[in-house]
Design a binder for this molecule. Sequence first.
Ligand code: ZN
Length: 138
Amino acid sequence: MDLPKDNSSQVDPSNDDSSHDDSENSDGESSIQEKKGIGNSLLKKFRATVREVPVIVCACCGGLFFPSQVNQLSKMRLVEDYDLDPEFLDLVFCVPDTTTFCVTCSKYIKKGEVPSPCLSNDLWLPPIPDSIKRLGQD
Ligand SMILES: [Zn+2]
């Protein structure tokens, strides 16, 4: 079987590079670079956000919250600004050594109401038995 040896007549016209314009391509690349930069900054922001954990304890309900979900309320400010009874404040200041309240609790406290998730509503956890405490120690 004989194959044709002369391929000169089978030149592909699409191989001709002279008509190719590079200017449009470079503009496309710069916008892609820009988008990659925005994407990277958003990705960094996302990763930083998901690494955050709720660490602030609400003085009333004892829940854990992010910094953006809490308010600082001192007893003095609540008495002066909201005209609240000091006995009422003893009910809602359940966690010692903190004046930080979650948004939900502070909303009710400012109205003079005890929030339903307040620890003073018999929601205290029972003390941890010594036999359970020892499990985490060496
Ligand atoms: Zn709370």
